[in-house]
Design a protein around this ligand. Structure first.
Ligand SMILES: [Zn+2]
Ligand SMILES: [Zn+2]
Length: 254
């Protein structure tokens, strides 16, 4: 089973895209601007969108994806998210002001969009893939996800700052192969990282000390203007394991 990175930047411009991962051919984890690179044929196959949190860089393409596929699909697209995130999507996006409420058209009984409320530690089985909801610590309610093929697991932190609860769960994943974790800011932006509940390299180093299992670590969500600085700071910091930059278009086999 493959996980393809459609977007992994903290911004846009040039070839940068915001967060989205394609799992197999019918599951998206977040739908930032990276999801816009899918063909219409690929968009039509997306049955499930797992949302980490309500921030725009992670949901920007959900309204437009739905608008593109309506009328071409028989079954609704399912958005899996926590209660808080669903409430935010309903109140601030699908509110008939920013975008139509696809949860009630063409009818409330057969909508184009259906919500599935998820809770921490819940596992959702979709064919050969199991997606488990992980803790995160962000400025709005947020979660991460474990994508488990049965053979291997990939953990995606979503947006988070230091989160002991995340490591407690991750350290128990026996088939863990990859972690994708955010580092949005450079060390010079430590205060901004704290206030917006993201990581900077020094904070990441402290948290990766809590990771006790063997796994490959990939860094995502770098602010474009500081990406080279962040990269250098991670390389030269006291991070106790090798970290690689996540690259757009990268594929993981689980
Ligand atoms: Zn965020
Ligand atoms: Zn973000």
């Amino acid at each position: 089973m493959k996980v393809k990175v459609l977007g992994c930047s903290g911004g846009i411009g040039d070839k940068l895209r915001t967060t989205s991962l394609l799992v197999g051919d019918n599951i998206l984890i977040d739908a930032g601007t990276g999801a816009a690179d899918l063909s219409i044929e690929q968009l039509l196959k997306v049955d499930h969108i797992f949302v980490t949190h309500s921030h725009l860089d992670h949901i920007a393409c959900i309204p437009l994806l739905l608008d593109t596929v309506i009328g071409l699909r028989i079954n609704p697209v399912t958005v899996h998210a926590t209660k808080d995130t669903i409430t935010a999507l309903k109140q601030h996006i699908f509110n008939w002001v920013i975008w139509p409420d696809f949860n009630e058209i063409p009818s409330k009984t057969q909508p184009f969009l259906q919500y599935h409320e998820i809770v921490l530690a819940q596992s959702i089985n979709l064919g050969e893939t199991t997606i488990t909801v992980l803790p995160a610590n962000h400025v709005v309610p947020a979660v991460g996800y474990q994508i488990n093929s049965g053979s291997n697991s990939l953990v995606f932190s979503g947006d988070t700052t230091s989160c002991d609860a995340l490591w407690a769960v991750v350290n128990k994943i026996e088939n863990l192969k990859y972690i994708l974790i955010e580092t949005a800011f450079s060390n010079g932006e430590l205060e901004l990282a704290k206030v917006s509940k993201h990581f900077c390299p020094s904070m990441l180093a402290d948290d990766l000390d809590k990771l006790t299992v063997a796994t490959e670590v990939f860094i995502t969500h770098l602010k474009p203007i500081d990406s080279q600085v962040i990269l250098q700071e991670i390389i030269s910091s006291s991070v106790n394991r090798t970290c690689k930059m996540l690259i757009n278009g990268q594929e993981f086999t689980l």
